[in-house]
Design a protein around this ligand. Sequence first.
Ligand SMILES: C[S@@+](CC[C@H](N)C(=O)[O-])C[C@H]1O[C@@H](n2cnc3c(N)ncnc32)[C@H](O)[C@@H]1O
Length: 243
Amino acid sequence: MFVYRGRVAHNTLYEQFAEAYARHSEHSPANAYYDRPAILALAGDVSGRRVLDLGCAAGVLSEQLVARGATVTGVDREPRMVELARARLGDRARFEVAELSEPLDMVPTAGVDLVVASLVLHYLPDWHGLLTELGRCLVPGGELVFSVHHPAADWQGQGRPDYLSTELVSETWPVGGQDVEVSFYRRPLSAVFEQLHRAGFVVDTVDEPRPLPELSRLSPDAYAELSTKPVFLFVKAFAVARP
Ligand SMILES: C[S@@+](CC[C@H](N)C(=O)[O-])C[C@H]1O[C@@H](n2cnc3c(N)ncnc32)[C@H](O)[C@@H]1O
């Protein structure tokens, strides 16, 4: 069983406002024009690949992976999110309720070629248990593609005195016309890469992309923000072959 030094952040946003978050995420500039396009670009050609989608929420990214020919298993800790994902994709993908701080027993050893984790890892205090488990789930040489809040954004936004610490912080986000408090772990850049290295992942790409160009027409303010500030950090890493 994994041992975490801190508690896994639990957010009412994804539990009680699942529908509102699903609607928001489907069209929001940060999700639809920045995060998902960047994740899909790093994932590359997924046709025929077995993909595990961590923190799949209502399955918007999963649906785009399925449309590109992937066989997708999505997992999320929130049962309502999993219901929404199942309603969205029917039998075109498999969705399970799973807590990422616990073993992913529904995934056989070497059962997936690619893991995507869009905007979920910052809810975990320590990644070692999960990354070790992903090393089991992935085929040797398999890929992990993820996005997290950019460490510079969280540090600056939170105005915290100690950049180098990893700490649980909170923000208020406007979702579906209401303000919802969300808690997550703010961590320095070095902690992101130390955890990958310690769990046997080799980094292939670090990306700080601009949003899709069409956002400049649809939402000039959001385009300006996402084009000029560090908002999310994107990483692609390989699971090294087990001995
Ligand atoms: C920002 S959303 C992810 C967006 C999603 N990837 C998409 O493309 O729409 C974060 C999701 O991670 C899930 N989550 C957060 N912490 C989790 C944990 N410890 N285990 C499993 N799922 C978690 C939440 O329930 C939520 O659905």
